[in-house]
Design a protein. Structure first.
Length: 419
């Protein structure tokens, strides 16, 4: 009998509850596609043609500024001419085919207070626009609303918009990529209240339990650090009871709340990095996805102003991607070419190394880099993201997608016939 045999059962009993809690709180990646951006548009500016109109405006902005190769040169992210040509073609195709990946119809700060009757009408118009875009085949893969927060002054209006939007949309079936954004969260109790609201809506509309999920927008200092000195992000996710789909960072509300001067409010401010590092640690392993914020420096005006804004945007998008934030916000059609050019440059620059290392790992061969299973999982996730957004073509990846997903989701060893 081994030395541990007598205590083995006691160890199992001791750890059973902790094992259960860990499995519940850290289920791993949720699976499926994550958009590379969210486009926030005030509700009174949304109609069925908006995705197509933004794509056309983005292409026009490119043409007026000197073309897609001029944008890529301004970014300075691609040195190889052949690769620059390839990325340019991909950007043009994306803007023509799927200019917006995630559309958020904004009833909060971007919309303001127009009175109940006007906002009620805007909700109905938003639902009609979604249905019309869906019928026309132009609806983005992800779509939803940001409603007013659950602070006392706006709580009733926010819940009214939420209920009306979901109820009217559900009448003809909810889109698969529905996203609901809860802004300016300051307490765990607000997340609990959101869960109660969604449970009630599911019950009244006959929706499956858990069908309605939501993002928690991190744009208040209270969300990052509570009054007792502890971070509330983890408890907020737990309070969501599996319904929290993402954590988008709110650049300007968060920065302003800290007293940072307007000229210094940006995605790469040290205060922003601190908040996002807290978000990243809190969400690791939970399946909750992260989104960085936006830059309000728009590529409009003179050629010099457009170039400067594109250079800034490209640098910030690349910075976010390198830090593991694979999604961000875009506020203007002319930011779309920059978003996709920088995103594609990121994935294509890393493609050769990832393919080589993953081939070595899956083939169980020795190589220059000794990769652990966790790194192989990250490399498989990298390829899947590149495929999802169009940066990487299927014929460039010599692995089956099922094998990559198996690696990402930890469903066991990859069989040799899946390579």
């Amino acid at each position: 009998m081994g030395a541990l045999d007598e205590v083995r059962n006691r160890i199992e009993v001791l750890l059973a509850a902790a094992d259960s809690r860990t499995a519940a709180h850290y289920p791993g990646d949720a699976g499926g596609r994550q958009p590379v951006h969210s486009v926030y548009v005030p509700a009174d500016r949304v109609d069925a043609d908006l995705p197509t109109r933004w794509g056309s405006a983005a292409l026009t902005a490119l043409e007026e500024a000197g073309g897609v190769q001029h944008l890529i040169a301004v970014h300075g992210l691609v040195k190889d001419p052949a690769e620059a040509e390839r990325i340019g073609e991909q950007v043009l195709d994306k803007l023509s085919r799927e200019p917006i990946e995630d559309l958020r119809i904004d009833f909060e700060d971007g919309y303001g207070d127009h009175g109940d009757a006007t906002e009620d009408a805007a909700v109905t118009a938003a639902v009609e626009s979604i249905r019309a875009a869906e019928a026309a085949g132009s609806l983005p893969p992800f779509v939803g609303i940001r409603f007013k927060c659950l602070e006392p002054a706006t709580r009733a209006r926010g819940l009214r918009t939420l209920e009306s939007f979901v109820s009217e949309l559900a009448a003809d079936g909810l889109p698969d990529g529905l996203v609901l954004t809860l802004p300016k969260v300051t307490t765990v109790q607000q997340v609990q209240a959101m869960v109660l609201a969604l449970e009630a809506l599911e019950g009244s509309l006959g929706l499956p339990e858990g069908r309605l999920r939501f993002e928690i927008q991190v744009e208040t200092p209270q969300a990052v650090l509570g009054p007792d000195g502890s971070s509330l992000i983890g408890p907020m996710i737990a309070a969501g009871r599996g319904r929290v789909s993402g954590l988008p960072y709110g650049t300007y509300d968060y920065s302003a709340s800290l007293g940072i001067a307007a000229a210094d409010q940006s995605m790469d401010h040290p205060a922003a990095d601190f908040a996002k590092a807290m978000m990243q640690v809190a969400t690791a392993g939970t399946g909750v996805r992260l989104s960085d914020g936006s830059t309000n420096v728009l590529p409009v005006g003179s050629r010099e102003a457009v170039d400067a804004a594109w250079a800034l945007h490209g640098r910030l998008v690349m910075r976010s991607l390198r830090r593991g934030f694979y999604q961000g916000w875009d506020l203007h059609p002319a930011q779309l070419p920059s978003r996709y050019a920088a995103t594609y440059a990121f994935f294509r620059a890393g493609l050769p190394e990832v393919l080589g290392r993953l081939d070595t790992y899956l083939g169980r061969r020795s190589g220059a880099v000794l990769d652990e299973p966790a790194t192989a999982k990250a490399m498989a996730g990298f390829l899947l993201r590149g495929l999802d957004c169009g940066a990487v073509r299927a014929e460039e990846v010599p692995f089956q997608v099922t094998a990559l997903r198996q690696l990402v989701h930890g469903t066991g060893a990859v069989a040799s016939d899946q390579l």
